[in-house]
Design a binder for this molecule. Sequence first.
Ligand code: FE2
Length: 346
Amino acid sequence: MKPHREKIDLGPTPYDQFVEREGIPVLKGYHVPDIMDVELEPWARMGAHGCYLNLADQQDTDGYVCEIAPGQQTLPQRHLFEAIVYVARGQGATSVWQEGVPRKTFEWGAGAAFAIPLNASYQHFNVSGAEPVRLMASTTCPRLLNMFHNEDFLFRNPFVFEDRFRDEDDYFRANRRLTTRCWETNLIPDVNEFALDDFPMKGKGVRIMRFTLADTTYGCHIQEFPVGSRSHFHRHGPGAILIVTEGEGYVMLWREGDAEQGVHEIRPGTIYSPGDLMYHGHFNTGHTTMRHFAVRGRSPKYTSDRFPNPLWNMLMIDEEPAGIHESYLEELERNGVKAEVSVVRE
Ligand SMILES: [Fe+2]
């Protein structure tokens, strides 16, 4: 059985054509070593500088990097796709408003994450006079553009989602546990400070929290690997975009049948995206906890887990290709780190 679907090339999709018209660089591939090193170009629609992240060759979700110069702001934006924003650098604020809800402004700094309520108007501000702001956003733009292939419908749609954004003073401070490993809020002040829950099925000592942000159906989570710990490999459909926020190590990306596994170094600011049905595993080789912020799938309130993808699966260490775990233990030894996970083989 062939483990992944063949790509059928029918030419540029509506999303590809839109991105071409946007006139900023488009990064491809699976791995971006450092968000601070990517080259950005003037972005007329946003009124800032930016590049698109069209990683893993996919057409469902995407990302972009946006830089706002000191003391500047983006142009007001509004769109009928969801956007989850991570602040890689700088200090700023975002104003959000829509018919029936006056402008609300919340502040953020490096390490924060938040979502824009669907089809609300918004504008980002850099409040520093010296340091640029650099944002990474993940969006459902490709899914919506490829479905409706009409930019007016997506960017100039007057519909107001009254159920998603309300005139409440504490709207952006809403904060509550949904269930184990699931949280609802509108603003994560610092991804590296957020308390997580144990997630042992993903690996020894691994911790996680999944979020519904600003009532989005688009999901995101924070995942943590303690010193000397790694994840099990798993795979699912395309669309995940991850940014490392703390620690160092490597990620391995491979598909069933590949002669060898792709190994990519990771450190704070590294972005990567596993392709469709690509196994991925995270390996902490450093002396500190490793964390990442991942945007993918459905948020906990609107989860698709009630209908699990039958192709989603996880490999235990004794099921993965030989040598991967042994190489990890050798790397830990070279770094003088005590392994928390031993080899489990028959
Ligand atoms: Fe995954």
